[in-house]
Design a binder for this molecule. Structure first.
Ligand code: GDP
Length: 415
């Protein structure tokens, strides 16, 4: 009997021990699981200049991560990153409202007043031959027929055009005769006056960009591919922004693949929105949408870059005519600027003629006058179209588009 009691006691103790072991093992595994650090993905390395986000905080109530317990059978992530909660939030890391606002790099272009005077060295580099040539010829002891012919030749070579050259030579001949003496200063003054007169000081050379009661002013920019039309539209947006206008751009040159991207980049730099359509889409519909956007945004000016394919005159006429008609559903077009590459000389004049037959040009932009262009093109193109040169391009830089000023231009020509 004693043996039976002893056997029962041993059995009970053994069962108790086994149960205890099982329970403690289970409990240990549970504890292990809860004390294991939560899975943490290392925060992506912040890009320079971006705000670093604080690493995720472990869930409330979760055990603080500790060193992994001794082998539990579970696979332990090797060297789980230690999560450190920042003791105090570093306010310096959070951008202030002002900093956040300043972050997008919207440029403030330099004011346009006096830009031509500042850029005149660009012009005189290649143009001064005209001014210097004329001054040298006029300073000769004897102004005989041969000399006047040479003066005429110089003007024609500088793209001044036949009519304007004749007028200038006639006026100079008369005034030199009346003058009697001819000091270099007098001659320079004379030539300056006559050239300025030929270019004209009466015309309104401002780009009509002031908002109307009903909506924004609309400016169409036209010209053949390659003359610098899109670049000029972008630069003009800067000119207008610099002068305090709010601008929307319309990328209606849907035929040249990169034109819309190019224009949008220009716009972004000065915080101007660019309306664009699908590549190869209808330019008129982009132009229409751009004006619509301009009205909705309450901007001063909508600048529309148009397609410049000079495939056939009829094609061009249809395309530009449609753009203008469709835009006019919103209101009148204030300005049609024709962009011409000044280095193309007579060819530029031919293009000007074609465009003038298609749309009513209200102003001319002569680009690339910093290159090998002849300054006389300013005179001949104005005569050809009967509209003023309003802006000139003097380089590829963002602010190398200058409002045209006859006096400053002639001063640059005369060196
Ligand atoms: P688009 O086809 O008429 O729209 O021509 P782009 O606007 O793409 O310009 C054609 C090229 O002319 C670009 O390389 C421009 O940087 C360049 N360009 C535009 N205006 C001027 C300028 O006034 N001077 C110089 N040197 N280059 C210019």
């Amino acid at each position: 009997m004693e043996y039976v009691i002893l056997a029962v006691v041993i059995a009970v103790v053994a069962i108790g021990a086994i149960t205890g072991l099982v329970v403690s093992g289970k409990r240990r595994r549970e504890l292990d699981r809860s004390s294991r650090p939560p899975t943490i993905t290392a925060p992506a390395k912040p890009e320079p200049g971006t705000t670093a986000t604080a690493p995720a905080k472990p869930a409330e109530g979760a055990a603080e991560p500790t060193a992994p317990p001794a082998a539990t059978g579970a696979t332990q992530a090797p060297e789980a990153p230690v999560v450190e909660e920042p003791a105090v939030e570093e306010p310096a890391e959070e951008p202030t409202a002002e900093e956040a606002e300043a972050a997008p790099a919207v440029e403030v272009p330099e004011p346009t007043a006096g830009r031509l005077v500042r850029l005149r060295s660009r012009l005189s580099r290649s143009q001064s031959t005209l001014g210097k040539g004329l001054l040298t010829l006029l300073s000769r002891d004897r102004l005989d027929e041969d000399t006047w012919e040479e003066i005429e030749e110089t003007l024609l070579t500088a793209d001044v055009g036949v009519g304007a050259t004749q007028e200038l030579v006639d006026n100079l001949r008369t005034r030199v005769k009346v003058l009697g003496t001819r000091t270099p200063d007098e001659l320079r003054g004379l030539l300056r006056e006559e050239l300025v007169k030929l270019i004209g000081t009466e015309a309104d050379r401002t780009v009509r960009s002031v908002k109307h009661e009903e909506g924004p002013a609309v400016v169409l920019v036209v010209g053949v591919n390659g003359v610098g039309k899109t670049t000029t539209t972008g630069k003009l947006a800067r000119v207008l922004v610099a002068d305090g206008r709010k601008v929307v751009l319309g990328a209606a040159d849907t035929f040249r693949a990169a034109a819309a991207d190019q224009l949008q980049t220009w716009g972004e730099r000065v915080g101007a929105h660019t309306v664009r359509g699908p590549e190869g889409g209808d330019p008129a519909s982009v132009a229409f949408d751009a004006v619509k956007q301009g009205i909705a945004d309450g901007v001063d000016t909508v600048l529309i870059d148009t397609a410049g394919r000079l495939h056939t005159k009829t094609g061009l006429m249809d395309e530009l005519g449609k753009v203008k008609r469709v835009v006019e559903k919103h209101g009148p077009v204030d300005e049609v600027l024709l962009v011409l590459d000044a280095t193309t000389g007579q060819n530029g004049l031919v293009q000007a003629r074609v465009f003038a037959e298609v749309v009513d040009i209200t102003g001319i932009v002569l680009t690339k006058l910093d290159g090998t262009a002849k300054g006389g093109i300013v005179i001949s193109v104005q005569r050809e179209l009967g509209v003023p040169v309003k802006l000139i391009g003097l380089g590829e830089g963002a602010d190398d588009l200058a409002p045209f000023e006859p006096g400053a231009f002639v001063d640059a020509l005369l060196g």
